[in-house]
Design a protein around this ligand. Sequence first.
Ligand code: NDP
Length: 344
Amino acid sequence: NKSIIFKAVPEGYPVAGEHMELVTKEIDIENFSLAEGDILVKNHYMSLDPYMRGKMRHSYVKSYTPAYEIGQVLDGRGIAIVVKSNNKKYQVGDYYIGLIGWEEYSHIPANVVSASFEILAKAISKSKVPESYFLGLLGLPGMSAYVGLNKIGQPKKGETIFITAASGAVGQVVGQIAKIKGLRVIGSAGDDSKIKYLEEELKFDGAFNYKTCNTDEKLKELCPNGIDIYFDNVGGEILDIVLNHLNNFARIVACGMISQYNTNDHYGVKNIFQVIKKRLLIQGFIVTDHLQEIEPFQKEMGEWLKQGKLKYKEDIVEGIQNAPQAFVNILTGKNFGKLIVKIC
Ligand code: NDP
C-alpha cells in the first residue's frame, strides 16, 4: 500500500519529499481486521485542495480543521470502492465518497464512515458523468461556488461579478452559474491558456492574466460600471485593488485567500475603509457548514449539466506517488482546472 505521509511543517511553500513523503507498506486484505462500523476501501480518485496547506501547520495553531500530525498519512476527500466491510450501510463493491488517506487502500474507521457523503455515493452509481466530477463540479468545490455565490453574493441579473482564480476548481463554476443567472462575468487567472479557456470556452465577458496585466487598469477597462460581487479566492493585493472598484452595497464572497497561504508575512489591506464608505458586505464561509444544501445543489447542477449549460475542466494526475508535487502545483498555479489524483 503506497501512502504519502506528512513529514514536516513547511515554513513557506511545501516541497515534495521534504514535507510529504512516499512510504510503502504491505497490506493483507484477506486478513485485515475491521472493528464494528469500519470499512476497507480501494481508492480510485482523490481530490487535492488548497485547504490542505492550512492543515500542514503546527498543532498549537488553531483553525477550522485539525492540523495534520507529523508521521500521519495525509488525508482528503476521495472516491473509493469498498473491498471489506463491517458496516451495515456499506457492502463490498459499493462506492464510498468521503475522507480517505493519500494512499491506495484506506482503513476508514466507523466515525469517519458515518461522516461520509452517502448522497453522493448513491448518486455516482446512477450517474453518466465522469466519476471524478463528484470531487469537483458535483462535489464540495462546486458546492462552494453554489453556496458562496447564492448565499453571500446574492446575484441579480445584469450585475457585474469579478472572480479570481477563475479557471480553478471553484472559480470556473462560479463564473458559469453567474452567466446562467444573467450576470456580466469577469475573471482573472495567472496564465494565458487559462484566460483563453475563460473567454472562449466558458464565454466570460472578459478575463485577464493578473501576472502580466495591471489589475487596476484591467478592472477599469472591463468593469466600467463597477463590480457588484467580488468572489475572492486569493485575498492580498488583488482584494485591496478590487475594494476600489466595488459599487455601493457590493458583496465580497470571501471564499479563499490562497495568496496568503505560504507566508506568515500577510499582506495588510489598505483600502478596508471602503467597506464603510460603500456599505459593503464581506463574509467568509466554509462549505462544510452548508452540507444541508447538498440536495438542492445536486438537483440544480444536475439539471444545468443535462441542459449542456456547464463545462468542467479537470487536471488529472496519475499515481499516488505524484500527489505531493501535484499539491505543490496548486499552490504555485501550475494546475489548470480541478486537481484530481487518479489512484487506480
Ligand atoms: P484552484 O483549482 O483554483 O487552484 C488554486 C489556484 O489559485 C491556482 O491554480 C492559481 O491559479 C491560484 N493562485 C495560487 N497562488 C496564487 C497567488 N499567490 N495569487 C493569486 N492566485 C493564486 O483551487 P480551488 O478552486 O480549489 O480553490 C480556490 C480558492 O477557494 C482557494 O483559496 C481555496 O482555499 C478556496 N476554497 C474555499 C472553500 C471554502 O469552503 N471557503 C472551499 C474550496 C476552496 P492562477 O493561475 O489563477 O494563479
